[in-house]
Write a new protein. Structure first.
Lengths: 65, 230
């Protein structure tokens, strides 16, 4: 599972790439892309630093049975 | 990377100034770089300079005596921090930490004073910027002090929870902040508090509700009355 990316909103600033502790993001052709095979810790730092809302880390909310 | 002159041109601090004036001000600008996670400014210490982020990102935060951290702002390229102690001459009211490798451009306090005396337009710009900062902080204070945001976050969690047998909606902390009418930072703090109390568990991309009844109690009007009265 990796953060969701909206390429149209991405301005390619690369801040999300620089905060990702797992090196799971990369800028390709001016927009952010996920690095295949990298597991995400869901720290949400990429979402925090993104000024355009291009990357997000949604949570599934479940009730423990 | 943005040059000193380009940064000054794009900064609201120096909006309206001509090329010669910007060139003159750029002589006061110094560079400083920091590694990821480095503490740039420490709360309570004497302030050295007004900083502009040239590249990277930093967070402004306060820490309570028991170690709880509250993020006040995320500062991105071409934005500034450390205004308050530079202009009132007091100590740093908050700490600042690098979230990435960071390059800063700075103007020392005494130099900024000279710039303000020389260029009246900069002083007017400063007033506008400080008013904007005050508005942002007032909104944060309102959320942290007067609103029962944790109750609203608990309500959102209960309303969007599924039992695990079917896929439910997925919410970002930004989504929850928009729903609760608050800042993302406040949602983050509320979730941490709910987890600390054992009501939820955050397991990567899942928020697991461990104590539904406790969450319902937080949501109930009775709880809000108790908090208001207490």
């Amino acid at each position: 599972m990796m953060p969701q990316i909206d390429e149209e909103k991405c301005d390619g600033c690369g801040l999300c790439v620089s905060v990702c502790l797992n090196n799971g993001l990369v800028i390709v052709n001016g927009v952010v892309a996920r690095v295949e095979g990298v597991d995400c810790d869901w720290c949400t730092q990429c979402e925090i630093v993104c000024a355009t809302g291009a990357i997000c880390c949604p949570f599934e909310i479940v009730i423990e049975r | 990377m943005i040059s000193k002159l380009e940064l000054l041109k794009s900064s609201p601090y120096f909006s309206g100034l001509g090329s010669d004036e910007l060139e003159a001000i750029s002589r006061f600008v110094f560079e400083k770089s920091y590694n990821n996670r480095a503490i740039i400014v420490l709360e309570g210490e004497t302030a050295e300079a007004l900083y502009f982020v040239a590249s990277g990102v930093v967070k402004v935060f306060k820490t309570s005596p028991d170690g709880k951290e509250q993020t006040l702002a995320i500062i991105r390229p071409q934005e500034t921090f450390n205004e308050v102690p530079i202009f009132d001459g007091d100590v740093n009211p908050a700490s600042v930490q690098a979230m990435t490798e960071v390059l800063l451009y700075g103007i020392r306090s005494r130099d900024m004073g000279n710039i303000l005396h020389t260029y009246q337009l900069v002083a007017i710009n400063v007033i506008k910027i400080m008013a904007g900062r005050l508005r942002h902080l007032l909104a944060l204070v309102e959320d942290l002090s007067f609103r029962h945001v944790i109750g609203r976050v608990a309500k959102i969690l209960l309303e969007h929870a599924v039992d695990g047998t079917s896929a439910g909606p997925r919410l970002t902390q930004r989504d929850m902040a928009a729903m609760a009418g608050t800042a993302r930072e406040v949602v983050s703090r509320s979730l941490k508090n709910l987890e600390k109390d054992g009501f939820i568990k955050i397991d990567r991309q899942r928020i697991i509700i461990k104590d539904r009844e406790a969450l319902s109690n937080i949501v109930s009007p009775l709880f809000e009355t108790k908090v208001t009265d207490g």
